[in-house]
Design a protein around this ligand. Structure first.
Ligand SMILES: Cc1ncc(COP(=O)(O)O)c(C=O)c1O
Length: 387
């Protein structure tokens, strides 16, 4: 509309791993649409996408599809509550898991209202969330295994699930420090708490997601974004004994999971066509693009002597406007709160689309030339903004 052609590093918030309108995905959607847009029962596409996901992610003994990542995490939390008979849920400060009440807590809280770093207080991230629900959310400090173990052990009798985005995606792509996920796995197993990996974003870092990359097996996993090939999607699954609550064959399902458009055949076909493009060579290429971008941006920040950093894993990256060592939500907060928006707007004017908080993703539609264009555009923005 404004006549500027833009290079898209937002990728609909990391969901477009092949870029926009990739031919095999467009074809799959067209063929599925020609056969009927939706049906009140399973389709072949649904079964085939489920099989493809189960092959990639060994911890997914069984899975169910939803229309969004929000519904996926909602169901994972509900399944954990049903399985354990407990009500509380733990999540990390700075983590985003969608928009239902139990997770819309401490997403980007003001630290002055959020208690101490090692024992954060739950802060609602929206109005309209009942206080009783906020009280049922336990907030954990990312990458501090000792503090997490203490909090989890103390709350264990009431704790149904620990919800973990293994990369703290929306919180700034801050990878887990060595051993952190393993210690979460151990302490949750010890106390019979369901460990949920929310891989809605992190699934794109390997064929089997972050759980493959870091070698930790959760009890449940939630998925979304790339598995729908650009159409609305979510999925959740994992241990068969936990997921059996949804199974109508054993005297009626104990958890109701309706959804008029769940496992819509267009989405399923698009997801399957997308996964078909994502073999080992594709992941290697995405890693290289991400590494090139991070190396280029780091050189730029050094050249300009800025208190700024770029974090990331594989094709994912995030710009940070602080000189602090990046370990958790609090350390990644910008020293100048206006910097992320200023840079986002500068890049937007220069033909590069990122997310407002600085989170981005490389796609397979890109080459080294597009990565270099990003770095050049950022250099230009910094020249104007900083000089
Ligand atoms: C880790 C994570 N979980 C869940 C969600 C929610 O997914 P959706 O926007 O499809 O509801 C998101 C969205 O960004 C996410 O990043």
């Amino acid at each position: 509309m404004d006549g500027v052609e833009r290079l898209d590093f937002n990728g609909n918030y990391t969901s477009l791993i092949l870029g926009h309108a990739p031919a095999p995905v467009v074809k799959a959607i067209q063929e599925a649409a020609a056969a009927g847009a939706s049906f009140p029962g399973p389709t072949e596409h649904e079964i085939r996408l489920a099989e493809a996901l189960v092959r990639r992610v060994p911890s997914l003994e069984t899975l169910r599809f939803t229309n969004s990542g929000t519904e996926a995490t909602l169901n994972a939390v509900r399944a954990a509550r049903a399985f354990t008979g407990r009500n509380k849920v733990a999540k990390f400060e700075g983590a985003y898991h969608g928009t239902h009440d139990s997770v819309l807590v401490s997403v980007a809280p003001d630290p002055s209202a959020a208690g101490s770093r090692r024992r954060p207080k739950p802060v609602p991230a929206s109005s309209g969330i009942p206080r009783e629900i906020v009280k049922h959310v336990i907030v954990l400090p990312w990458n501090d295994a000792e503090a997490c173990e203490k909090i989890i052990a103390k709350e264990a009798a009431h704790l149904a699930a620990v919800l973990v985005d293994p990369l703290l995606g929306i919180g700034g792509i801050l990878p887990p420090v060595a051993g952190f996920l393993e210690r979460l796995r151990a302490v949750t197993a010890q106390h019979g708490i369901v460990l949920v990996f929310d891989e809605v974003i992190s699934f794109r870092v390997a064929a089997g997601g972050a759980q493959e990359r870091y070698g930790v097996r959760p009890d449940l996993t939630t998925l979304g974004k790339i598995i729908g090939g650009g159409l609305p999607v979510g999925a959740f699954g994992g241990r068969a004994d936990i997921m059996s609550a949804y199974d109508p064959r054993t005297g009626g399902a104990r958890i109701s999971h309706g959804g008029t458009f769940n496992a819509n055949p267009l989405t399923m076909a698009a997801g399957l066509a997308t996964l078909a493009e994502l073999g080992p060579a594709a992941y290697a290429r995405l890693d290289l693009l991400g590494e090139r971008l991070r190396a280029g941006v780091t050189t730029l920040f050094r050249k300009r002597k800025l208190a700024a950093q770029v974090s990331g894993v594989g094709s994912l990256f995030c710009l940070h406007w602080t000189g602090k060592r990046l370990v958790d939500y609090r350390s990644s907060r910008p020293s100048d709160p206006a910097a992320p928006l200023r840079v986002f707007m500068g890049l937007l004017n220069d033909g590069v689309l990122l997310s407002q908080r600085g989170l981005g993703a490389c796609s397979l539609a890109m080459t080294e030339a597009e990565i270099d264009r990003f770095i050049t555009a950022l250099d230009g923005v910094l020249e104007r903004a900083v000089a």
